[in-house]
Design a protein around this ligand. Structure first.
Ligand code: DGJ
Length: 371
């Protein structure tokens, strides 16, 4: 191990065991048999790195500070007709273990090559070992042919208007756009499946797993229950944060409630983080405001733009009570490979999450008993 680390060093180059900056952007962590596995987007240098040319990179660790390069867990395909062809967009991979099938299941946001962000699908890949190699299984738009559980039947029927449907097909709103607010995209996409962009997975205590994604042109999040084998959505889903343009969702459970950290919707540019809470994964979700505080001295950015970062995952550290780490990416779209990572402790004060800037810290912060 090159220069073993004993702490997290926010926003700095984070070398792996070979001395190379970790290449796992938009990532998440799997914990399996006492080992942590970090999966993320492998990015290449320059702007070319904003689409996928390599695949999903995996690293392993036993202490969270020092990471061993475990190689490419899922490779993009050299076959240009593949759904995961070199040049596709493959973002925010997350892996969970399915106890029923004894397989590791990876979900990711997939856009077919050359189609911008318009295909808006999820991809699913499986492996017998945590580090892979993962085999690409399929991609789809979730919940085709199913209505959301939190919309009354009368509302679906009232809203289905042919003229509106035709107007919506021409609409390409990707960020907060008042002109798309009146469009019921979830009705438009009933038959062929709901749009799915930024995403995460969340596995509840009872083993039920959920996919949470930015849908409806990014305007509204969808939460979907996965099938028992974690390979598909079941058709049970809810629309949440209607027309609030949340991206980058990350979910955890704390004191029996569900907590979400997410962002506003401004492309690769940072914006103010958001936090929310719900008693049920299905909602209602209540927004609690920006959970961040402090300043990143490297770029002078504070809560107004989340220290320059965007959320990607919340890790519950096993074996430590209420030890939650909020993970963020500091994107570098002009040289994607140089994107940095920001992991910070997530605390709860006055029943709200708080994420305070720290330049350096270690897991002992969770031992001080003031949680
Ligand atoms: C914001 C998303 O959170 C990222 O994952 C990525 O899709 C960028 N938008 C692309 O602009």
């Amino acid at each position: 191990m090159v220069n073993a680390r004993k702490q997290f060093e926010s926003g700095t180059v984070w070398p792996d065991d070979t001395g190379t900056h970790i290449n796992a952007h938009g990532g998440g962590i799997l914990v399996d048999e006492g080992v942590f596995y970090w999966f993320g987007e492998h990015k290449i240098a320059g702007e070319a790195g904003n689409v996928a040319h390599v695949g999903v990179h995996c690293y392993s660790s036993t202490d969270l500070y020092n990471w061993k390069d475990a190689g490419i867990a899922l490779s993009v395909s050299e076959d240009p007709t593949s759904e995961i062809a070199d040049g596709c967009i493959l973002e925010r991979p997350k892996v969970i273990y399915n106890a029923t099938t004894s397989r590791f299941v990876m979900w990711f946001h997939l856009e077919f090559k050359g189609q911008g962000y318009n295909t808006s699908r999820v991809g699913v890949a499986v492996a017998d070992r945590p580090t892979g190699p993962y085999t690409f299984l399929h991609s789809f738009r979730p919940n085709a042919g199913h209505w959301p559980i939190n919309v009354a039947a009368e509302e679906r029927n009232a809203i289905y208007d042919t003229k509106l449907m035709t107007e919506m097909r021409a609409s390409q709103g990707g960020g907060p756009d008042p002109s798309v607010v009146r469009f019921p995209f979830w009705v438009r996409d009933f038959a062929n499946g709901q749009m799915s962009r930024d995403m995460t997975l969340f596995e509840d205590d009872d083993g039920t797993a959920y996919h949470i994604c930015a849908s409806e042109q990014n305007s509204t999040l969808h939460i979907s229950q996965l099938t028992d084998d974690y390979l598909c959505t079941t058709g049970k889903y809810a629309r949440v944060f209607n027309k609030r343009w949340h991206e980058a969702p990350a979910v955890c459970k704390h004191n029996g409630r569900y907590w979400m950290i997410s962002s506003d919707c401004t492309g690769w540019a940072p914006n103010a983080a958001r936090s929310s809470v719900a008693d049920s994964i299905w909602g209602p979700w209540r927004e609690l405001g920006n959970p961040t505080e402090g300043i990143n001295p490297d770029n002078g950015i504070g809560p107004e733009k989340t220290f320059g970062g965007q959320s990607t995952y919340i890790l519950a550290v096993p074996g430590k009570a209420d030890a939650l780490i909020a993970m963020f990416d500091l994107w570098r779209p002009e040289n994607a490979i140089d994107g940095r990572y920001l992991w910070l402790p997530m605390r709860f004060e006055d029943n709200k999450p708080t994420i305070t800037w720290r330049s350096e810290w270690d897991l002992s912060v969770f031992d001080d008993g003031d949680e």
